[in-house]
Design a binder for this molecule. Sequence first.
Ligand code: BJW
Length: 291
Amino acid sequence: PRNPNYNSIPAFHAKLARSRRILAVCGAGLSASSGLPTFRGADGLWRNYEATALASPKAFKNDPGMVWMFYAYRRHMALRAEPNAGHYALAELARQNPEFLCLSQNVDNLHIRANHPSGQLKLLHGSLFALKCSSPTCSYTEPENLESPLCPALAAAAVDAPSSPTEIHPLLDTTKPLPTIPPSSLPHCAQCQTALLRPGVVWFGESLDSDMLADMDEWIRREKVDVVLVVGTSSLVWPAAGIAEAARGPGTSVVHVNVDAESPEGLARLVDKEDFSFGGDAAEVLPRLLE
Ligand code: BJW
């Protein structure tokens, strides 16, 4: 049976007042109102390519120049974007409640720029601003590099978005060919001096950091989790998609915050009478839920 108060903010506030251990699992929808596109649906194309197809080891092997252009563009847009009220509400909850842990699939650095306490944040899919060596035998990593462009060959991607919504970013104009970049002009690893650097993100088929997953599992198992906030994610990508159910115990409320949360598909995600579903922009809904 569905919670009769599934979208009642006062009912959720009553639950929150009785809650101590809170987990959030965030996705691209949280950063949508900061102007950063999501992966799936109408937003998921970059030029004529599926964003999810570019986020793969195969794409990087086939055309590292194109994949680097995609990431150079996203690094630049993320640097120019600002955290929104949703990121700030989560960061404030973390400061107020040391037993709140935020797990984010987002690689855009906006949680950190909203001053989310770093001990209460785990970046499941890495960061656009981390760099690592693409060779499996080289251990080189750079945790944060905010340069944009990263190298002269990527300068065409590191251009600000036009101020008018009717104008298109020069790199996204598919009537113009994408500049082809030879691998020799891309950033190389300073340690092994042979392989290309790559973004420090987790691509399909790659494992998430095992220490981070172990810490997350330990946190979930330690004691009952009272509330799981599932924010702006399609919950299609594993292992992130399974976290809310893994954290569920007797009396746990799973709370969906998503533009589609009150559509038939969104309501189908309500599996327990303790669950909630709030439809709307995460940047508007989260501050009201967490005030
Ligand atoms: C709003 C909003 C607003 C819009 N307000 N809401 C078990 C079963 C089947 C497959 C697998 C499995 N286990 C592993 C796999 C394979 C694979 C996988 O999950 N495949 C599925 C697609 C089926 N997983 C992996 O490969 C993972 N690795 C792994 O598990 O290793 C071990 C292993 C390997 C192989 C087999 C088995 C085990 C790695 C996954 C890495 C994902 N990487 C990416 C790219 C990161 C780098 C980059 O950014 O470029 O991560 S893909 C992309 O999807 C990105 C995102 O973090 C991720 C999730 O997307 P997200 O955030 O949910 O975005 P959207 O667009 O999907 O949804 C947005 C939502 O927001 C929507 O719901 C909107 O309605 C909503 N919204 N505006 C609120 N304003």
